[in-house]
Design a protein around this ligand. Structure first.
Ligand code: DC
Length: 229
């Protein structure tokens, strides 16, 4: 199953709950791009140095340096070379970096097989930007979750405050809009809804409503697949 959409549409929370309810494995593909951005930051590789970023991403994949853990009460764990970087990859500077490194074709290519392997066995929900369009164009069921820029910026603002930061709302709005523009206008695998994806606008819906809607549609698809000769 593929769940794509822009930042702040509620994808992470929704995907986690959907995976729990359906007993699916969750793969947060954004965490892979974030891990590459963090590794680049630490190695002092510029986020606009395409060749070095591509080489770094390939090296991380070869070394199996990025591990996506399961999510439990403490959240979804991500390790980089054995170190728990679950919090470090959520820093605002790494969010901006992830958006930049994810526009580099060589980085996307390096991470593609890893994502396909993670989803190959089925019973998996992959969350990202291009899962339904590029990574798994034949996914059995696809969703495109979105919300207005205002709503998404407000959610990001509340999230940052809950973590103890003191952001300016206008600044968060600017960052969300900037990231949207970059993610949806990049030449390789831009953020866009797959033609066969179910679109859900979460601006006026609660998390529970979105989860219920997705779970209901997946159950219909599961029943159809199970009923196939
Ligand atoms: O979902 P997220 O905010 O953790 O993603 C971080 C960045 O990675 C985001 O700017 C878009 C990019 N990304 C991507 O290009 N393709 C994906 N499948 C997932 C994330």
């Amino acid at each position: 199953m593929a769940i794509d959409g822009p930042a702040g549409a509620g994808k992470s929370t929704v995907t986690q709950r959907v995976a729990d309810e359906l007993g699916y494995l969750l793969v947060d593909t954004g965490a892979l791009y974030r891990a590459v951005a963090l590794a680049a930051q630490r190695a002092l590789v510029s986020w606009v140095d395409d060749a070095s970023l591509g080489a770094l991403a390939r090296q991380l994949v070869e070394e199996r340096a990025v591990e996506l853990g399961s999510h439990g009460s403490s959240g979804f764990t991500v390790k980089l070379r054995g170190e728990d970087v679950s919090l470090a990859i959520r820093e605002p500077s790494v969010s901006q970096g992830a958006s930049k490194v994810s526009a580099v074709p060589a980085v996307r290519a390096a991470l593609l097989d890893m994502q396909r392997q993670a989803g190959a066995a089925g019973g998996v929900v992959l969350e990202g930007r291009d899962i339904g369009t590029v990574v798994f164009p034949d996914a059995e069921v696809k969703f495109f979750l979105t919300a207005s820029v205002d709503v998404r910026a407000r959610r990001r603002f509340d999230e940052l405050r809950a973590r103890g930061a003191k952001p300016e709302l206008a600044e968060v709005e600017r960052e969300v809009a900037e990231r949207d523009l970059r993610d949806s206008t990049r030449p390789v695998a831009p953020l866009k809804q797959a033609a066969d994806a179910h679109g859900i606008d979460s601006s006026l819906l609660s998390i529970e409503q979105v989860v219920a809607c997705i779970v209901a549609q997946v159950r219909v698809v599961e029943a159809e697949l199970g009923a196939r000769p």
